[in-house]
Design a protein around this ligand. Structure first.
Ligand SMILES: Cc1cc2nc3c(=O)[nH]c(=O)nc-3n(C[C@H](O)[C@H](O)[C@H](O)COP(=O)(O)OP(=O)(O)OC[C@H]3O[C@@H](n4cnc5c(N)ncnc54)[C@H](O)[C@@H]3O)c2cc1C
Length: 500
């Protein structure tokens, strides 16, 4: 340890689910460690505060999108953004986290100084000025997408006379009453927006280039609500959480093993609401279920909107944008007053922070994931990238728990530097970072950290296995090296003595 301590033991970037989760784990598992959460926006919640489009809700059940330590108490298991924000705010207040949050702190650079065993972190403040913070450990809960700009598919709207809206920047005062709306996209966002706008709009059309596999289910979980009536809240939550983890895992593995059966099952659910003669072409993707995330349709809302005639789905390619709407490749034209471009997010690595080690820039695409939370040869830094085949928070929780274990081991051994060490001649065989065909993943492959075929150098997609390793596996695994600051580091007392 060095004589002058850094400003914080741990600096958490981002006050979304991941950052708040880490703070809560620190409060529980490392209560004597100092920390701050730095957040570029003026509110907490990240995704759940940024997105304001009609109907914004989770796609996952809140028993797994909620934290392991805090039961989800609402009746609906598929939750809207205000309920998720309420959940996060309660945690922040009840666990004394709020006072640690510094808003309007956009982290722009972080340089690891090995001799000082600390990060020098530069934050841009609301007035454009900068401030410097130091921390021994940097925990990135900065999400996975660019907060400044969404994915740009290169649409040319020059001729279109109506209004164009992107879900990431929804205008507060957008009045779509009686308007013709075209929502471009077929992912979770489009599928949420279409039925939500259908009530007030004259007509909402979901224009998709490629269909998506839809999974309709009730927004309320009958078993969860029954268990809550007969068991203490925490026990009921634990059981429902485990049930959902297992069901999710089973569904994913079954889809990968027997895609035809899963496809038939998903179609059957649609026919149940739409009638047995319904043409399923618009809901038959050219890929197998779970090659991309399934799209949730809670309480059949999308299909109810289609049935009512207030919404429809068109599968076609866009030729060009006209004055009145969209001309399609098949010669048809869709008229629109408002076009919503639900065309996806742009992935960003490490919150777009310029990370460096002793002044040398770190290129994350040249590093290997270590246990899905740290990176090869990069000291004292962890990040959260949630599951693609399960809820994000499952990963956020196990990463926080693991890093708290690690921080406690560092304290016990008097170490202040920890680094997953990978030799240059490692000979690791690389694996696809994600075996998913989703556009946003494919577009980002060249900026994402590398994955090897085997543990620990990968970001795995099997929660049950990962959890066991992160919770019970040895931290000192012969790869993670723990040491004291600087090449000739001496402990804090010795340094103080030497200084006297
Ligand atoms: C519309 C939508 C719906 C989703 N639904 C689901 C779902 O149902 N289930 C699921 O598992 N996942 C879902 N996701 C993924 C979702 O992002 C995660 O569930 C979760 O909210 C991520 O939490 P996070 O804290 O890691 O990131 P975020 O929610 O993105 O929060 C990151 C925070 O970090 C801040 N930040 C970023 N960079 C910096 C910086 N440089 N300096 C300071 N602060 C910074 C941001 O302002 C933000 O507050 C959804 C995503 C979107 C966009």
């Amino acid at each position: 340890m060095l004589a002058t301590p850094p400003d914080f033991d741990v600096l958490i970037v981002g006050a979304g689910i991941s950052g708040i989760g880490m703070a809560a784990h620190l409060e529980m598992e490392c209560p004597d460690r100092s920390y701050a959460i730095v957040e570029r926006r003026e509110n907490l919640g990240g995704t759940w505060d940024l997105f304001r489009y009609p109907g914004i809700r989770s796609d996952s059940d809140m028993h797994t999108l909620g934290f392991v330590f805090e039961p989800w108490k609402h009746e609906k298991s598929i939750a809207d953004a205000p309920s998720i924000l309420e959940y996060l705010n309660t945690i922040v207040d009840e666990r004394d986290i709020r006072q640690h949050i510094r808003y309007s702190h956009k982290i722009i650079s972080a340089d690891w100084r090995n001799d000082e065993a600390r990060w020098h972190v530069a934050a841009e403040l609301a007035d454009g000025s900068q401030t410097l913070l130091t921390a021994n450990f940097l925990y990135l809960g900065s999400g996975y997408y660019d907060y400044d700009e969404p994915y740009d598919p290169g649409f040319e709207f020059r001729d279109f006379k109506g209004q164009v809206v992107h879900p990431q920047f929804w205008p507060e005062d957008l009045d779509y009453t009686g308007k013709k709306v075209v929502v471009i996209g077929s992912g979770a966002t489009a599928v949420t927006i279409v039925p939500s706008m259908a009530d007030k709009a004259a007509k909402v059309t979901m224009l998709q280039r490629t269909p998506t596999w839809m999974f309709n289910r009730p927004a309320k979980d009958g078993i969860a609500n029954f268990l809550r009536k007969i068991l203490p809240e925490k026990t009921a939550y634990k059981i429902t959480r485990w049930k959902n983890i297992k069901l999710q895992d089973f569904g994913f593995k079954r889809a990968r093993k027997k895609p035809d059966k899963m496809a038939a099952l998903l179609h059957k659910r649609i026919l149940k609401i739409m009638g047995k003669d319904y043409d399923l072409t618009d809901f038959t993707p050219p890929y197998d279920p779970w090659d991309q995330r399934l799209c949730l349709v809670p309480d059949d809302d999308l299909f109810e909107a289609l049935k009512s005639g207030k919404a429809d789905v068109v599968t076609a390619k866009i030729k060009r944008f006209t004055e009145k709407g969209i001309e399609l490749d098949n010669g048809n034209e869709l008229e629109a007053d408002i076009i919503v471009t639900a065309t996806g997010l742009k992935i960003a690595v490490a919150g777009k922070i310029a990370v460096s080690q002793d002044g040398v820039p770190v290129d994350f695409s040249q590093r290997f994931n270590y246990k899905g939370c740290m990176f090869s040869n990069l000291p004292n830094l962890a990040a959260v990238f949630g599951y693609l085949n399960a809820s994000w928070t499952l990963r956020a929780d196990i990463n926080s728990e693991y890093i708290c274990r690690l921080l406690n081991l560092m304290q016990k051994t008097g170490s202040d530097v920890v680094v997953p060490t990978l030799p240059e001649n490692h000979g690791l065989e690389e694996d696809d970072i994600f075996d998913f065909s989703s556009g946003y993943i494919q577009r980002a492959l060249d900026i994402m950290p590398k994955n090897s075929l085997s543990y620990p150098w990968r970001l795995n997609q099997e929660y049950v296995t990962d959890r066991k390793i992160m919770q019970d596996g040895p931290i000192e695994d012969g790869i993670l090296s723990l040491s004291k600051a600087g090449a000739n580091a001496v402990d804090a007392d010795e340094q103080l003595e030497a200084a006297e």
